[in-house]
Design a protein around this ligand. Structure first.
Ligand SMILES: [Zn+2]
Length: 102
């Protein structure tokens, strides 16, 4: 895969922005740069809000609750409803939820 640069900055033509596989937010936008694994290393799949020290911060959350929560956050950020809906409709396809019944 062609890389737009040698890792010094953003990948302009990178594969796909890395999204948190739980909430769908871009991990690059995450202040901490991602969640952490049990050994303290950086998780490449999840953001720091969803995943900490190898565990989901809220393991009993359902996909419906996650969608509602993200929509609530977007509303607070004044994201238009149609954009929030488009964004959250992909959440059930993320890695965390794919294996679970909706
Ligand atoms: Zn997340």
């Amino acid at each position: 895969m062609y890389k737009a640069n040698d890792g010094r900055g953003e990948e302009v033509f990178g594969p796909k922005r890395t999204l948190c596989q739980s909430c769908g937010m871009p991990i690059s936008k995450n202040q901490k740069g991602g969640g952490t694994e049990t050994n303290g290393s950086r998780s490449t799949d999840y953001c720091s809000h969803c995943y900490r020290m190898g565990q989901f911060t809220d393991p009993y959350l359902t996909v419906g609750e996650m969608v509602a929560m993200v929509q609530g956050i977007m509303k607070k950020m004044h994201v238009p409803g149609f954009l929030a809906n488009r964004f959250t409709k992909d959440i059930p396809n993320l890695k965390r939820w794919r294996s679970k019944p909706a």
